[in-house]
Design a protein around this ligand. Structure first.
Ligand code: NAD
Length: 473
């Protein structure tokens, strides 16, 4: 029997693919399900990612795109499972919105096309600037968008030829491990090496410390609150820090008030206010506040009195160790209906947001609640609105929103607040590509300046100079 060269090539490819599969001893069985890329020991996880990165670095762009396409396909196929898992494990968010978030991660997270080479030519020849991998990246992920962040980070990091070690939030562990496994199943399905994304079975501060100190980990990327961003910035490594926000919204008297009411409630209630970009407090011109509240109420908002607001503060806020008011984590990302029930108000499923009239100093204005509770503060004019909004954002420079047709007001607020994301006349999620232009990400790096991260954020710029040659003009 004669076997052609092509057939032999096919057999070899199959054998190699088979070997990769049998090598997948990394898979850990938890509650009867095998999770690829999950390790007991952080050092083992780092080693596996380190070896995988060497293989990934040798692969062609086309092969990397094959892996990324397979990840996208699996996310689309399993979006509902991921969404249900996230809600049931954390008790936070809404399944229908989490499905949508996963779809956007699959469809709008940039792949290798994000890595654009720059060329400089002149009398002295040609200089190239290429985007190269860091190697192994250590990543911390939040409980609020757990699988979305793992998957979005993985696509961008793999596109840049990096592999990634996750130390996920313990409160969303199984959802995060499911996402890590999905990345490896996708890689396996196209015969690529496994352990492109890995994680530990029990993430702790200790495993995080090992990860941050390992010489094999060349970059740290952290998505979470202020504590963790401080920690990564003191790691002594190249760090991407995506931290907390408290996005204000200004509505002036030139806005389409009916649309503003609907957009603000749509944005604020998306995944029960879990996204860090979601509307957290509103500053509305006095002259249009009643109308705005009316249209918010027409769109699923329930207005509570000041007295009821005080009652609700007793439910959703606690005192932290320093005696300061802080969120009661048990209420983060919960349904408005359940929140209202706690203060004796029974409403139907159509109610998705609690709104209240508040003063600037009220805790609901000052604290990043991450719950569908939205305080509305009346302001006399644009200068007061901007001043209060900037102060309520606490200098985080994360996200802000405005509903207005006055270009001077829009410009003035955008310049004053200096946020990474500024959304005009739309729900907040337009800022991450959901119903707005631009790519999608769940790691918005304000403190370290990468902004809306994508593959190129996870790469090093390298320069190659060819002197006196290679110009074609
Ligand atoms: P979190 O800060 O509690 O946890 C984030 C991650 O960091 C977890 O993996 C956690 O285990 C780890 N961590 C926390 N403190 C640490 C420390 N000192 N050292 C090492 N690891 C540490 O965040 P969360 O409650 O899951 O998420 C909500 C917060 O994250 C909100 O403040 C939200 O605004 C922010 N967030 C920001 C972005 C963004 O892109 N900027 C995205 C999502 C969430």
């Amino acid at each position: 029997m004669n076997i052609s060269e092509k057939e032999i090539e096919g057999i070899v490819r199959q054998v190699i693919a088979g070997m990769t599969v049998s090598e997948a001893s990394s898979g850990m069985v938890i509650d009867g399900k095998t999770y690829l890329g999950v390790f007991e020991d952080m050092n083992d996880a780092i080693d596996a990612a380190w070896k995988a990165q060497k293989k990934l670095y040798d692969m062609s762009v086309e092969e990397k795109e094959e892996i990324i396409s397979a990840i996208r396909r699996l996310i689309l196929e399993e979006a509902e499972t991921l969404a249900k898992l996230g809600v049931s494990e954390t008790g936070m968010g809404r399944v229908e919105h989490k499905i949508l978030k996963h779809r956007y991660v699959a469809q709008k997270t940039p792949g290798t096309e994000d890595l654009v080479t720059e060329a400089i030519t002149g009398d002295k020849g040609l200089t190239l600037l290429e985007l190269a991998p860091f190697g192994v990246i250590g990543a911390m992920t939040p409980s609020t968008n757990p699988s979305e962040t793992v998957l979005c980070n993985s696509i961008g990091m793999i596109a840049g030829s990096n592999t990634v070690v996750f130390n996920p939030h313990p409160g969303a562990l199984m959802t995060s491990l499911y996402a890590v496994d999905l990345v490896n199943r996708a890689a396996r399905s196209v015969g690529a090496p496994e352990n492109l994304a890995v994680a530990v079975r029990k993430p702790t501060m200790e495993t995080s410390d090992i990860m941050m100190k390992s010489p094999k980990v060349r970059m740290i990327c952290c998505t979470g609150g202020p504590g963790v961003v401080r920690a990564v910035l003191s790691s002594g490594k190249k760090a991407i820090g995506a931290g907390a926000g408290n996005p204000p919204v200004i509505v002036d008297d030139t806005a389409d008030i009916q649309k503003a009411g609907r957009d603000i409630i749509d944005g604020c209630t998306f995944d029960n206010n879990l996204p860090c970009i979601a509307e957290k407090e509103v500053f509305a011109f006095e002259s249009i506040t009643d109308e705005l509240i009316y249209y918010m109420s027409q769109n699923g908002a329930y207005l509570i009195s000041r007295e009821q607001m005080r009652q609700l503060e007793g439910v959703v806020l606690v005192e932290d160790k320093k005696g300061k008011k802080a969120i009661n984590k048990n209420w983060v990302g919960r349904d408005a209906k359940k929140i209202l029930h706690e203060i004796g108000i029974e409403v139907g499923e159509e109610i998705r947001c609690v709104i209240c009239e508040a003063q600037f100093d009220d805790p609901f204005v000052q604290i990043e609640l991450m719950m569908p509770i939205l305080p509305v503060v009346r302001v006399p004019d644009i200068d007061t609105a901007i001043d209060l909004a900037v102060r309520a954002e606490h200098g985080l420079r994360h996200t802000a929103h405005m509903h207005s047709k006055n270009i001077d007001h829009l410009t003035k607020f955008a310049r004053a607040i200096e946020t990474t994301i500024f959304v005009k006349n739309a729900p907040s999620y337009a800022g991450i590509g959901v119903g707005g232009e631009g790519h999608c990400t769940f790691t918005i790096a304000g403190p370290t300046g990468e902004g809306l991260t994508s593959a190129k954020s996870f790469c090093r710029r390298r320069r190659c100079a060819m002197v006196d040659s290679f110009r074609i003009v």
